[in-house]
Write a protein that binds this ligand. Structure first.
Ligand code: HMG
Ligand code: MG
Length: 300
């Protein structure tokens, strides 16, 4: 099973409080030490749109980009690609949407325009030996348009695959999906994109993320995105809460008999580390169930 940790990007992009590069690097160091092997480290987007990601080049400069751990970064256009490559990025992700309104609000482009923009980004990245991941946002619902047709998600996912994306991450950006709606969407998408190249990216606004992951797992999906401490949200999707917490996903996967290579206790300590840095408790139940006991120990 593969977990793509998105906390340092999806998690921190939506925090009002901007964290220093040193704290971001310590977060990523701890996530790496817990055994995670793909950790989204930043985004080369406009700092006017998402100021929290402005220091992404500095973050990459502090990481070992040549080792076994992948540190992908988001790239919306060729300008972002230039900056990401200059910073030494070894993996990038382009991010599109299945909703026209969300696409406009998030990246100031229609779906068709965004795919046109991604084409040279993907081609140039691949020519440089940099693998490209693709996101589709609003795969179940959109904050502006409501329900999204599974056929639209399948169409955008197939286009991203055609551009050369090695994996397509299906984002329930506002967390409105339930197992039934998610599986209906997955059935449509998996007709054109093999299940082995699909990932689930669930936000937990309605508390459905773990149920949705369980349903996708049973349907054969093997890659899930998540965020330590359940951090996150999308600045262009008002009311969307954080990603499903990585510690909850790891607990589910281990309970289902899968291995992840992640040390749950170290991950929970990391959840508390970042929660303390942000001055708010972790969103996951697990961080409290396990973490409270671990934190209480020194005082006993
Ligand atoms: P735009 O305003 O249309 O861009 O924004 P533009 O090309 O017209 O350029 C305008 C200005 O932006 C110029 O600067 C450019 O230099 C600058 P100025 O001359 O005004 O000083 N600019 C850039 N600066 C830095 N890096 C760049 C870049 N490109 C242009 N790459 C743009 C278009 C795409 C740039 C903007 O809309 C943007 O940055 N959007 C990013 C929004 C974002 O990051 N959203 C969150 C991530 S998506 C997400 O969270 C969902 C996901 O988790 C999955 C899920 O949950 O569904 C992935
Ligand atoms: Mg997201």
């Amino acid at each position: 099973m593969k977990i793509v940790e998105v906390g340092p990007r999806d998690g921190l992009q939506n925090e009002k409080q901007a964290l220093s590069t040193a704290v971001k690097l310590e977060l990523i160091r701890r996530l790496t030490a817990s055994g995670l092997r793909s950790i989204e480290a930043g985004a080369f987007v406009s700092p006017k749109w998402v100021p929290q990601m402005a220091g992404s080049a500095e973050v990459l400069a502090g990481l070992d980009l040549t080792g076994p751990v992948a540190y992908p970064v988001l790239v919306p256009n060729e300008q972002g690609l230039d900056a990401a490559l200059a910073a030494g990025a070894r993996e990038i992700a382009v991010f599109g949407a299945a909703s026209e309104s969300f696409s406009q609000r998030n990246i100031n482009a229609s779906i068709a325009e965004s795919l046109q923009r991604f084409a040279p980004v993907a081609a140039r990245a691949q020519a440089a030996g940099v693998p490209v991941r693709g996101y589709v946002s609003c795969v179940v619902g959109c904050p502006y348009e409501g329900r999204i047709a599974p056929a639209k998600v399948a169409e955008v996912a197939a286009r991203l695959l055609d551009l050369g994306c090695y994996e397509i991450s299906l984002g329930d950006t506002i967390g409105v999906g339930t197992p039934a709606s998610v599986l209906a969407m997955l059935e449509a998408v998996s007709k054109t994109v093999p299940m082995t190249q699909l990932a689930g990216h669930f936000h937990d606004t309605y508390g459905m993320a773990i149920s949705n992951i369980h349903a996708c797992l049973r349907a054969g999906m093997m890659t899930f995105d998540s965020s330590v401490a359940g951090l996150g949200g999308c600045p262009y999707a008002q009311g969307a809460s954080g990603n499903v917490a990585t510690e909850d996903v790891v607990y589910l996967l281990h309970g289902e008999g899968h291995s992840t290579g992640v040390d749950l206790a170290a991950l929970v300590d990391t959840a508390w580390f970042i929660a303390d840095a942000l001055g708010k408790p972790p969103a996951s139940k697990l961080a409290h169930a396990i973490g409270d006991q671990r934190r209480a120990k020194p005082e006993r």
